[in-house]
Design a protein around this ligand. Structure first.
Ligand code: 13P
Length: 351
C-alpha cells in the first residue's frame, strides 16, 4: 500500500541520514575470504576461519570506534560470527551505535569477449538474500563494480580494445541499478560502488574522463530503474593518476579534479558520497579527502566522506600480526586512523 511505501521511504532516508551524520564515515570491513587471506598471508598470519573471526572481533570491539564510524560493512562470513563471549558481531556494532551493513555482490568475474575487463555478479536470488540480511539487522548494503583503464588501448584506439569499454560500463551500471532497486524494496540503503582502478600508467586527466563516463552511465541506469536518489549513497574512487603514471599531481589538483567530476555527474539529491581508498596510502587518502572538504565543503550539495577498508585497516593489521598480545595496540591504531579520516571530512586533518 502507499502508506507502506511512505513508511519504507522514510526508513531509507533515516538510515542514509544517520550514515552521513556527525562528520563520521564508514568502515568497509567486508573483505571476501580470498582477499582477507591474501592480506593475512603477506604478514604471515594463518589463513583460517578462526583468525578471520579474531581479526573482525578486534575491529568491532575497538574502543570509541563509533566516535568516527557511523556504519560498518560486513561480509557474509562475518555477519554470522560472534565474539569469543558469544555476542553476535552485528549486536556488538548496534550496541556501539554503529549501523551494520552487508556486502551482497558475488564478486567480479572476467567479462566474456572483453579481455582484461570484469563484470560483477550476484543478482540471482538477491531479493531473498536481502530480506534475510534485513531480518538479521542490516540496514544498508554494498555492491562493487570495477573498471580498469588501459592506456595503450586508449592511445591506439583499437576498436573493441578501449577500456573500460562501453559494454563493460553498461553491464556494470545496469547491475548496480538493479541491485539498488532491490535494496530499496527490502528497506536497505544501497551503497553504489563503481571503482575506477588505480593500477596502470594513465594520467589524472584520463582517469577524470573515464570516471565521468562511468558515473554518467551509473546515474542514467539508476534513474531508468526508478531508484530513489535520496535513499542511496555513492562510493566512488577518487580521480587519481595511475600508480605507474610518472606525473603525480598535488593533493590540491586531485581534490579539484575529483570534485569537478562529481559535480558534473552526481545529482544534488544524493545525500552522501563516501570514497573508497583504492590502494592509496592512508596518509594520501586522508590528505586528499581533507583537501576536498577544506576547499569546497560549504559549496557542495552532498556530504563528502570515507568508506575505507585498506587505508584504515592495514596499519592496524600490521600491528596485530595475529597475536593476542597486540590486540590493544592494533585497536589504538585503528581508532586513530578512523579519527584522522573524520578530521579529513571536516577539513581539519593534518599529517
Ligand atoms: P579500499 O578502501 O581498500 O579500496 O576498500 C574499499 C572497498 O570497500 C572495496 O570494495
Amino acid at each position: 500500500s502507499s502508506s507502506q511505501a511512505i513508511g519504507s521511504t522514510s526508513h531509507l532516508l533515516e538510515t542514509a541520514k544517520r550514515l552521513m551524520a556527525d562528520d563520521k564515515g564508514l568502515l568497509a570491513m567486508d573483505e571476501s575470504v580470498a582477499t582477507c587471506n591474501r592480506r593475512f598471508a603477506k604478514l604471515g598470519i594463518a589463513q583460517s576461519l578462526e583468525m578471520r573471526r579474531a581479526y573482525r572481533e578486534l575491529i568491532v570491539t575497538t574502543p570509541r570506534l563509533s566516535d568516527s564510524i557511523s556504519g560498518a560493512i560486513l561480509f557474509d562470513e562475518t555477519i554470522h560470527q560472534h565474539t569469543q563471549d558469544g555476542t553476535p558481531f552485528i549486536n556488538v556494532l548496534i550496541d556501539a551505535g554503529i549501523i551494520p551493513g552487508i556486502k551482497v555482490d558475488a564478486g567480479a568475474v572476467d567479462m566474456a569477449g572483453h579481455p582484461g575487463e570484469k563484470v560483477t555478479e550476484g543478482l540471482d536470488g538477491l531479493r531473498e538474500r536481502l530480506e534475510a540480511y534485513a531480518l538479521m539487522g542490516a540496514r544498508f548494503a554494498k555492491w562493487r563494480a570495477v573498471f580498469s583503464i588501459d592506456v595503450d588501448a586508449i592511445q591506439t584506439r583499437v576498436i573493441n580494445r578501449v577500456t573500460p569499454s562501453i559494454a563493460c560500463i553498461e553491464a556494470n551500471a545496469h547491475a548496480l541499478a538493479r541491485y539498488a532497486a532491490l535494496c530499496q524494496e527490502a528497506g536497505l540503503v544501497p551503497i553504489v560502488e563503481p571503482e575506477v582502478m588505480i593500477n596502470g600508467s594513465h594520467t589524472l586527466q584520463q582517469c577524470a574522463q573515464v570516471t565521468e563516463s562511468v558515473l554518467q552511465a551509473v546515474f542514467q541506469h539508476l534513474n531508468e530503474q526508478g531508484v530513489l536518489l535520496e535513499g542511496l549513497l555513492l562510493k566512488p574512487s577518487m580521480v587519481l593518476p595511475g600508480l605507474l603514471c610518472p606525473v603525480q599531481e598535488s593533493v590540491e589538483t586531485v581534490a579539484d579534479m575529483t570534485v569537478s567530476c562529481l559535480l558534473r555527474t552526481v545529482p544534488a539529491a544524493v545525500p552522501g558520497i563516501a570514497f573508497l581508498s583504492g590502494g592509496q596510502t592512508p596518509e594520501m587518502a586522508s590528505a586528499r579527502l581533507n583537501a576536498m572538504n577544506s576547499r569546497y565543503k560549504s559549496r557542495l550539495p552532498w556530504a563528502l566522506t570515507f568508506s575505507f577498508s585498506r587505508a584504515i585497516e592495514l596499519p592496524a593489521l600490521e600491528v596485530w600480526l595475529g597475536q593476542d598480545d597486540n590486540v590493544e595496540a592494533a585497536q589504538k591504531v585503528l581508532q586513530q586512523g578512523a579519527a584522522n579520516d573524520k578530521a579529513a571530512r571536516r577539513g581539519e586533518y593534518s599529517a
